[in-house]
Design a protein around this ligand. Structure first.
Ligand code: PLP
Length: 355
């Protein structure tokens, strides 16, 4: 597949590049940004002409709705460079569709494909040098939209800004991840905004996550808000469980975000002949499986870390440690997925898109 460029974009090239000042071998995630950003405003009911210009701060009115009512959404994607120096995206149409679903839920205007997809293609062509070759090296892509209309009255804005910023990243070892199963706090509720990548979902997680950190745990496994008996997500990732040789993950819902990594891993696992059971997974079931030794693995799945193995979990103040195993599904599936993303393996699913 290949992307076609159909819109006009104003381009203001930066006069110098900071690329030579960046140490690509030692990057903290999401701290360094490329030379350019894409910006497109919505006003008078119309998307304006997008512009790509040097990365820089900008001014908005202190009464802008994003500051007061949190009308803000985002996406997270990556660009990969193959051995022939070609740049690839992974299932970008999924992120585009999800972005507009998030927009709808937050009463924001949907972004046209000519702005999101063609804009992304254009800025990536300009920033190609920032996508480095080698497994684990990526250019993290952060499209987002904020309400920039002014006025401290609680109603949707009439003006919005869509932007794309890019941050070089490399895979890192996050250390051992231990999790607490949520018994009180919730990430999402039925009828809420949990299925949207809305900014407020993440700030609402910070406090309970900090409490978990203080107890020596890195993340929380979120449970359903009504009964806290069903396992739903791990931090800001979807979550998988391996009991004996079956891979389990909850179906997506109003409370569970429809992750691209999640659905790709499900397809790859099935292709590999792994039994995959998409159904509600109960906390009790997990505790019993940990006790009788049938629980082999837990891992998070998301674009940023791809697959994040979890070494143990705490529930009702009892800590359950997972066994160390050789033939890990997490490791195997991560390798299969990244090989497709970096064009090291045949992409029989047709997921990769050339820039
Ligand atoms: C973004 C996100 C995910 C993972 O989605 P990917 O498309 O795989 O990156 C999972 N859960 C939540 C809450 C998220 O925000």
């Amino acid at each position: 597949m290949s992307l076609k460029n159909t819109i006009e974009i104003d381009i203001v090239q930066s006069t110098s590049s900071k690329i030579d000042t960046v140490d690509f071998e030692n990057l903290a995630f999401g701290n360094v940004f490329t030379d350019h950003m894409l910006l497109c405003d919505f006003k008078e009911n119309t998307w304006q002409k997008p512009i790509i210009k040097p990365y820089e701060p900008f001014m908005i009115d202190p009464s802008a709705k994003v500051f007061h009512y949190g009308q803000a959404i985002f996406e997270g994607m990556k660009a990969y460079k193959d051995e022939q120096d070609e740049v690839w995206l992974f299932r970008p149409e999924e992120n585009f569709a999800r972005f507009n679903n998030s927009a709808k839920r937050m009463a924001m205007p949907e972004v046209p494909k000519s702005v999101f997809i063609d804009g992304l293609k254009t800025i990536l062509e300009i920033e190609k040098a920032w996508v480095k070759k080698g497994l684990g090296k990526t250019l993290y892509i952060r499209p987002f939209m904020i309400a920039i209309g002014s006025g401290v009255i609680a109603q949707p804005s009439t003006q919005y800004r869509f932007m794309i910023i890019l941050s070089p990243a490399r895979s890192y070892y996050s250390g051992e991840v231990k999790v607490i199963i949520a018994e009180h706090y919730s990430r999402a509720a039925n009828g809420g905004i949990g299925a949207a990548k809305a900014a407020g979902n993440y700030s609402a997680q910070f406090y309970p996550t900090k409490l978990a950190n203080d107890k020596g745990f890195q993340q929380i496994i979120w449970t359903d808000d009504a009964t806290h008996t069903k396992l739903e997500e791990a931090g800001t990732m979807n979550v998988f469980f391996r009991i004996n040789d079956t891979l389990l993950t909850a179906p997506t819902s109003e409370r569970i975000l429809d992750g691209v990594t999640r659905k790709s891993l499900i397809e790859i696992a099935k292709r590999e002949g792994i039994e995959v059971d998409v159904r509600s997974v109960l906390v009790d079931e997990l505790v019993n499986a940990a006790k009788d030794g049938s629980l082999k693995e837990i891992f998070g799945a998301g674009t940023a870390a791809v697959v994040n193995p979890i070494v143990g979990f705490s529930y009702q103040d009892v800590y359950y440690e997972l066994p160390k195993i050789d033939n890990s599904f997490a490791k195997n599936l991560k390798e299969k997925l990244t090989n497709i993303q970096y064009k090291l393996a045949d992409d029989s699913f047709g997921w990769t898109v050339k820039i």
